[in-house]
Design a protein around this ligand. Structure first.
Ligand SMILES: [Fe+2]
Length: 202
């Protein structure tokens, strides 16, 4: 019997593996779990982030879209997760809008409920109108979008629309940014190789 958290992880990966990158058509494989004996802190945890006022709206939106099963699986897992931000993001390098408008619920990873080195995965929430500015990192990354109305930008190029159910693959060190429209953005995000979250370059 899977816990709500384990069930959410399994359903999320199943949905990733059933899709191809919406731009290149490439598919991804689920990385084998690399164990971690002792957790290490890579996150700034807090009981409350301002963006969490949009969580219910995001779940409502997602429950009417293609990946409604993931929204349904996320709800019972919420009391097993802790929301966090990257501690490398401060007012010196990101906007106040982003600090107030994003949070990440880690599911598996070095300081997540399911401790492992790989794969790091979780859910990202962005408030309406917030841009998660250009950044990059070495591990490949997939995003699976649960809500409508968001836009993405790769290699600092033109913004393009993404839809609920879209999969986006970021290659090593590929610059990427995303922004929510007039509704919150909720997405599953996973790194396919090991890496330190604090090493994200933004
Ligand atoms: Fe990323």
């Amino acid at each position: 019997m899977l816990s709500p958290l384990e069930n959410l992880i399994e359903l999320s990966w199943r949905a990733v593996l059933a899709r191809q990158d919406c731009r290149s058509g490439r598919s991804v494989s689920r990385p084998p779990v690399e164990p971690l004996s002792v957790g290490r802190l890579e996150s700034r945890f807090a009981e409350e982030f301002p963006v969490l006022e949009y969580l219910d709206a995001a779940l409502d939106l997602a429950s009417n879209c293609e990946l409604s099963d993931l929204a349904s699986a996320l709800c019972p897992a919420l009391d097993q997760v802790r929301w966090s931000q990257n501690p490398g993001y401060t007012e010196a390098n990101v906007s106040r809008s982003l600090l107030d408008g994003y949070a990440y619920a880690g599911l598996s990873g070095p300081d997540c409920p399911l401790l492992c080195e790989v794969p790091r995965c979780g859910y990202v929430l962005l408030a309406p109108g917030v841009t998660y500015q250009d950044h990059n990192h070495e591990p490949r990354e997939v995003y699976l979008v649960l809500t409508p109305g968001a836009q993405w930008c790769l290699d600092s190029g033109e913004w393009f629309d993404v839809h609920a159910g879209d999969l986006i693959l970021h290659q090593p060190w590929q610059m990427h940014a995303m922004r929510a429209g007039d509704q919150p953005l909720l997405a599953f995000a996973a790194w396919l190789e090991s890496g330190d979250r604090k090493a994200i370059q933004i």
